[in-house]
Structures are given as structure tokens and as C-alpha cells.
Write a protein that binds this ligand. Sequence first.
Ligand SMILES: C[S@@+](CC[C@H](N)C(=O)[O-])C[C@H]1O[C@@H](n2cnc3c(N)ncnc32)[C@H](O)[C@@H]1O
Length: 225
Amino acid sequence: MAEDYQKDHAGKELALEARASEAERLSSPSVARNRDAIRDVFCDHMPDMGTVLEIGSGTGEHAVHISRRLPDLTWTPSDPDAASRRSIIAWADYLNLTNVHAPLDLDVAHADWFKRPDIPTPLIGMMSVNMIHIAPFEAAEGLFAGAGALLQKEGRLFLYGPFLREGKTAPSNHAFDESLRSRDPRWGVRDLDRDILPLARRAGLSLQKVIQMPANNLAVIFSRE
Ligand SMILES: C[S@@+](CC[C@H](N)C(=O)[O-])C[C@H]1O[C@@H](n2cnc3c(N)ncnc32)[C@H](O)[C@@H]1O
């Protein structure tokens, strides 16, 4: 099992980790580190009943970790990457989780992605972990447009990742931002105040909570007005 993954000099993993695999179940080293903290914040601030759509689910490990704790949630994962979707199915099967549905092939940078008829509605929640900085800004724009269209009133959107606040962040996040942009100039750590809050306002979402997480990440919760 390959456990090696690249780190930049500040200790943050680079965008594309090498993921270990067992059959089709992929394991991400970063998820091993952050999944408990993310699950606990999710349990404290997100609904525990109803349907949640996850965007950019990756290996599916967050989906199964949270869904095991919250059996009254119905979880629809998604990812544009086929190997990730296979991993999500394999994890849900392995753990016999009936509340994790088959993953959808969703790319939120595509205009009108949220108009697909196979997206379950109404949605009480949406979640996206470590996605908007490792994708063109159109993905963040599409994520919020979709949240505005799909979330029911008072439904919540949960984002997790590194962010700038008014241009400022920890040195490790600045270094991570540089490493991302050197890989793809369209990627980069987003500024919560300057880049993201305008998208939320436009989509009819209000900022509910910003929670400091380990390794200079934030959990950010929005509510559909
Ligand atoms: C760094 S991985 C994070 C995966 C998972 N959320 C986690 O925390 O382990 C970023 C994920 O976002 C997905 N992604 C990238 N661009 C996307 C887009 N435009 N729409 C939806 N997902 C996207 C990738 O396929 C990848 O699985």
C-alpha cells in the first residue's frame, strides 16, 4: 500500500495525494488526520436528519465516517473522478451503510450542473471538503449557485479547507497557495471574505459560523435564507 504523499516545505500535503488502496477502497492520508474533527463539527452544526449532497467526495471516507454516526441522514456523495466514485461505493458496501447512496458524477464547474434530475431534493445540507482551492474558481461559483438552487430554506452548506481572511492567513497556507498555483494557475487558497462571501450573498446564503480547525483550516457553515 502506497502511503507516500508529497508535502510542501510547510508541511501541508500537496493537492494530489497518493492514495492507498485496498481492493477499490481508497484511503487518503489527509482524511486519516482530519476526519474525526470534521465529523464532530458536522455533528454539532449540521442537520442530523434528511438528505445531504456532498460535492467532491474523493475517496468517500468523510461520507462513510459521518454517515455511520448519523444514521438518519441520507448521504448522496459525488465526484467527477471515476476511481473516486468506485471507492465511495466500495467503502459504503464494505461498511454495509444503507444511508449512503450511489455517488453522482457531478462537476460543479459546469453551468447548470444542479439542474440534473437525479440530484435528490429537498436537500437539508450540502458539504464540500478540500475542493474549492484545488479547482478553478468556477467550481466555487458553481457550488454556491447550486447551493442556492438546491438547499431548502434554512438548509446548510458546510465547507472545509484553508482560507484567507481579508488577505491574511498562516504562513503554511500562503506556501500551500503558492504550490497550488504553480501546479495550476487557476487553483489557489480562496479568501473567505473577498472571494466566497460575495458568492454566498448572491446565492441567498448567510454565514452562520466559522470554526478554527487543526492545521490552519476552517470549517465554514452557511444557511440558506
Ligand atoms: C483534494 S480532493 C478532496 C476529496 C475529499 N473531499 C477529501 O476531503 O478527501 C478534491 C476533490 O474534488 C474533486 N473535484 C475537483 N474539481 C471538482 C469540480 N469542479 N466539481 C466537483 N468536484 C471536483 C476532485 O475530483 C477530488 O476528488
